[in-house]
Design a protein around this ligand. Structure first.
Ligand SMILES: Nc1nc2c(c(=O)[nH]1)N[C@H]1C(S)=C(S)[C@@H](COP(=O)(O)O)O[C@H]1N2
Ligand SMILES: [Mo]
Length: 362
């Protein structure tokens, strides 16, 4: 077993803070990702929290500020269990870094994403108990893990607009796949904001605060913004660029592996696709000739927009080297963009260019 209870074959981008994703095959053809294969994305050291002393504060623009222990939270609010996919805004950054270097950011492959069954209370039920006051437009999440990467160093945080926070899908979760949250995934309580970049699913949650403006935390106001290609991210003023929220339509290939050597002949090709926010994936195309011709993969039915859809097809692999390309269309008819070059941005977020791997057949 590797660090933090993960499989020993995780691709570890950094040990401290711990940042790791599984190999492609570990995610293949499984709707629910085993916890030991679930990516881990951290901006600072994993905090050690004494669950007996831990409290959640609900404050800011609310009628009745609350302070809840885990037992009270569980007793007072309806328990919900729901599957939801998390996906990091840096997922597939390696494809952008291949276009132009992205210094200071980990070169995540396609597996900084995963799906778990989360158990918790609906954020909207907790907000209803506190009573939002007029003017409450954003819900901020606070955590105790201090990130030295922030300018200035500060605890991790973020926010979502009230409209998203009141969605029935947004949870304050204490369990993952029926087990208490593992420490690395946010014990004792984390936000789960399905359909939005993973950065908003704040771990080790200590406060939920109703605000008139988005959180001024570095990870909301400055980081996780899409900057124009010419910008120096070290000098970008807080608030500049496009703040990332809803996830962009994306997909990647999970089997075969990039660089695999295979026998020529029929090859089963599988992967995931995820549309983000309230959209679902409507079609996945696969090509063996770099997009000159396409065939449609069989696609999982969308049970709801919050869970990824896996897809699969079997194609005849010719001898020699082949590039396998995959692309997804969503329920609005939108298609993933073809090239990562046009998507390149200085922090390397939101790469949703067509997925490509190379295999060699004999
Ligand atoms: N407190 C805290 N919450 C956090 C982070 C963090 O560093 N600290 N990382 C965020 C990011 S960028 C992502 S993608 C997800 C990753 O969740 P996971 O590590 O459980 O997979 O957690 C988010 N929540
Ligand atoms: Mo992330």
């Amino acid at each position: 077993m590797g660090p933090w209870g993960k499989r020993s074959d995780m691709v570890v981008h950094e040990r401290e803070p711990f940042n790791a994703e599984p190999p492609r095959a570990a995610l293949a053809e499984q709707r629910i990702t085993p916890v030991d294969a679930f990516y881990s994305r951290n901006h600072g050291p994993v905090p050690r929290i004494d669950p007996a002393r831990w409290r959640l504060r609900v404050d800011g623009l609310v009628e009745h500020p609350l302070e809840l222990g885990l037992g009270e939270l569980r007793d007072r609010f309806e328990e919900v269990e729901a599957a939801a996919t998390l996906q990091c805004a840096g997922n597939r950054r390696a494809g952008l870094a291949a276009v132009r270097a992205i210094p200071g950011e980990d070169p995540w492959g396609p597996c900084a994403t995963g799906t778990a069954r989360w158990t918790g209370a609906r954020l909207r039920d907790v907000l209803a108990a506190a009573g939002l006051r007029p003017g409450a437009a954003h819900i901020a999440f606070s955590a105790p893990d201090v990130s030295a990467l922030a300018e200035p160093p500060q605890p991790y945080g973020g926010s979502v607009p009230v409209g998203k926070a009141l969605g029935a899908e947004v949870l304050l979760a204490w369990a993952m796949d029926g087990q208490p949250l593992p420490r690395a995934h946010g014990a004792p309580l984390r936000a789960v904001v399905p359909g939005w970049i993973g950065a908003r699913s704040v771990k080790w949650l200590t406060a939920v605060t109703a605000l008139s403006e988005p959180s001024d935390n570095y990870f909301q106001a400055t980081s996780y913004h899409l900057l124009p290609a010419g910008t120096d991210p070290g000098r970008a003023a807080p608030g500049s660029g496009i703040p990332l929220g809803p996830i962009a339509l994306n997909c990647d290939i999970l089997r075969p592996d990039d660089g695999a050597r295979l026998p020529a002949g029929p090859v089963r090709i599988t992967g995931y696709a995820f549309a983000g926010e309230d959209r679902t994936v409507a079609r996945v195309d696969v090509s063996l000739d770099r997009g000159r011709s396409w065939c449609q993969a069989a696609l999982d039915e969308a049970e709801n927009p919050w869970v990824w859809q896996h897809w699969r097809t079997t194609l005849e692999l010719p001898p020699g080297e082949t590039e396998i390309t995959a692309r997804a269309w969503d329920s609005t008819g939108a298609l993933m963009p073809e090239s990562p070059a046009q998507l390149w941005n200085p922090k390397g977020y939101a790469n949703n260019a067509w997925a490509r791997i190379r295999v060699t057949a004999r």
